[in-house]
Design a protein around this ligand. Structure first.
Ligand SMILES: Cc1ncc(COP(=O)(O)O)c(C=O)c1O
Length: 397
């Protein structure tokens, strides 16, 4: 059984602070500094260029990818790590559209993250508008799957409301309609009990700085279904995705299996933090994590609904339809969140009126949720947010 008291001890969190923003940036695991120090003082400074072989830096993309596979329920050797999530979205999409013959439509929904939509727009522009992007409402996805659609590109959990799609049902119907599926798991990896292997989806991408706690700007990952990887012709043909990178040939030949999705040099310093943060997951059972996330979310929802009728639940009320965050609509959400943060509970705000609270069982307990309810209720009931200093908008909200 997962010991959540032990996992909590593995994070550095300032005393007295309740951190409900791990859906945006996870806190630092305690082992990160020592892992980075080992890299700096034993590997980089001593091994110098030999580190690529002797410390296996060059194999980090697949070695770390294999650790992430376990967390997202994927097959071994189906994930590689590196680059940023936006780049991985472009990579998946530009590879996927090679697969679809005459179909021209990329279907997505209005709950998708802007960078995913912009990456799709960039690709359409690059291809001289030969493709079309269609954006439907999240609840219309199933009805919009037809034989016109080339690729379905969705983010599983809505970054604003926490509304969750049913990956398994949608992917199956998409597949029956000959549609290639791409799932963005930014708000799912490390938060939900995923089973990519069983769901038989085509591509998935995700980041490691949210629920996987690898630090600001930590590398992204890409998954490709092992049943199709050998037919994938990567559009981002980086040298490290080549079959024989160190033969430095002029012509690109895709590497074996998932290796072809590697692009450029691994971010070794950032990977040291990722390697440290992934160690925690060896002790975590994902269905226990999910059930604790649901318990904590329900506790927060019922506490705030009872105490703060002004806050309107933006997340689905049904736990199964929700990711691992709870969001509320509140007209004065921005200043309210600043006041709550000043009182030691950290959440965040998404324009125009959404207050978000991330639920992360690895380091959040029932007691933390109860204290958070007290602080938030105090701010809302007494309009403590109504002061000029809370209304000055910062760049990052
Ligand atoms: C769902 C989703 N997709 C894509 C991105 C963009 O990720 P990155 O800035 O790492 O490229 C984010 C960032 O938060 C996100 O939440």
């Amino acid at each position: 059984m997962t010991n959540f008291e032990e996992t909590k001890k593995q994070f550095i969190l300032p005393k007295g602070l309740i951190y409900l923003d791990g859906n945006s940036l996870g806190p630092m695991p305690k082992n990160v500094p020592s892992e980075i120090n080992t890299f700096l003082h034993e590997e980089w400074s001593n091994l110098l260029i030999n580190g690529w072989n002797d410390a296996e830096w060059m194999f980090q993309p697949e070695n770390l990818g294999n650790k992430i596979s376990r967390i997202i329920g994927a097959e071994d050797n189906s994930v590689v790590v590196g680059e940023t999530l936006s780049v991985r979205v472009f990579q998946a999409l530009s590879s996927a559209i090679k697969d679809v013959g005459k179909r021209k439509i990329i279907l997505t929904d209005s709950g998708n993250f802007p960078s995913d939509l912009y990456m799709a727009q960039g690709l359409v522009h690059l291809l001289n508008d030969q493709l079309e992007i269609r954006i439907c409402a999240p609840e219309e996805v199933l009805d919009s799957l037809s034989d016109e659609i080339a690729v379905l590109m969705l983010t599983d959990v809505d970054y604003r409301t926490g509304r969750r799609h049913d990956i398994s049902v949608i992917s199956k119907i998409a597949k029956d309609n000959g549609i290639v599926t791409i799932w963005d798991l930014a708000h799912s990896a490390g938060a939900l009990n995923l089973n990519l292997k069983e769901w038989d989806i085509d591509y998935a991408v995700g980041c490691t700085y949210k629920y996987l706690n690898a630090g600001p700007g930590s590398p992204a990952f890409i998954y490709v279904n092992p049943k199709k990887i050998n037919e994938v012709k990567p559009s981002l043909m980086g040298w490290l995705g080549h079959q024989k990178p160190f033969e430095f040939l002029h012509k690109y030949v895709p590497g074996k299996g998932i290796n072809r999705m590697k692009i450029g040099t691994p971010p070794v310093l950032a990977n040291a933090a990722l390697a440290a943060s992934l160690k925690i997951w060896d002790t975590v059972n994902m269905s226990e994590l999910r059930s604790k996330s649901i318990d904590l979310s329900e506790r927060l929802i019922s506490g705030l609904q009872k105490n703060c009728p002004n806050l309107k639940l933006a997340s689905p009320i049904n736990a199964e339809d929700r990711g691992s965050q709870v969001s509320f609509y509140f007209e004065h959400g921005y200043p309210a969140m600043q006041a709550i943060i000043e009182k030691g509970v950290i959440g965040d705000f998404r324009s125009p009126n959404i207050m978000r609270f991330g639920i992360t069982p690895l380091y959040i307990s029932k007691e933390d949720i109860d204290l958070a309810i007290e602080v938030i209720s105090n701010v809302i009931q007494n309009s403590l947010w109504d002061r000029p200093k809370y209304k000055k908008q910062k760049f990052v909200t």
